[in-house]
Design a protein around this ligand. Sequence first.
Ligand SMILES: Nc1ncnc2c1ncn2[C@@H]1O[C@H](COP(=O)(O)OP(=O)(O)OP(=O)(O)O)[C@@H](O)[C@H]1O
Length: 262
Amino acid sequence: MTSSTNGSQPLLSVRNITLRFGGLVALDDVSFDVPAGQIVGLIGPNGAGKTTMFNAITRLYHPQAGEIWYGGRNLLSLAAHEVPRLGIARTFQNLALFASMTVRDNIRVGTHARTKSDVFSQALRLPWVSREEREAEAAVSEAIAYLGLERVADHPAAGLPFGTLKRIELARALVAKPKLLLLDEPAGGLNHEEVSALGALIKDIRERFDVTVLLVEHHMGLVMSISEKVVVLDFGKKIAEGTPAEVQRDPEVIRAYLGVEA
Ligand SMILES: Nc1ncnc2c1ncn2[C@@H]1O[C@H](COP(=O)(O)OP(=O)(O)OP(=O)(O)O)[C@@H](O)[C@H]1O
């Protein structure tokens, strides 16, 4: 196994996570750190456990063992609904948008993670509620412009091209003002030009929004070109961790991908 080369503090620290579905061990004693400010790739063949790891971090799945530390808190002691308020946002492999809602309304859903108003304070029209609403609305418009969605902003999401839907999901994650952005196969279904534009976009997002990125992706060119560090899973186990160059020449990784001894 290779070592990673970084000096920054971890924003996310996954410690000895084991998660089983009945007899199937989807994650087997997996540990890794996501240093603050970095782009970290989480890769592995189909069924390796990548999405399961995202679902464990966001509390949709419940690991049987281990800890997930984020900014001094063990996420496993929290409920799923508490996670977005900590500044963790995600996109989904199979998109999770509301088809009949407009693009703008879909993106606005992401702002609920950052606002603190409830039905009572909204009903009373407390002054901070309208300020919060104005700020949220400005963030929605900013994300629409940043991701080039102005032309479709008032269209329903249904029927829009796949690449556009992916950008809408990204906009929805960004308006939540995340500190940690979990991207699940953002390049899936995109063409060659769209993938290279996406690489530049993810790097720009990291700078502009000051986020840390954990990226699940099958597109090796993308992962290797933008990640500072790559973690490799195979059949639920971590088989390698290191810089893209270290991981690419790791015999275990080559074996896992090619199915042959290196
Ligand atoms: N809800 C579930 N119930 C039962 N088994 C599951 C569930 N979710 C995932 N699995 C199983 O856990 C294993 C890991 O799946 P997971 O989706 O995390 O892999 P992945 O690395 O994301 O794969 P892919 O690259 O194909 O998306 C697989 O064997 C999968 O069938």
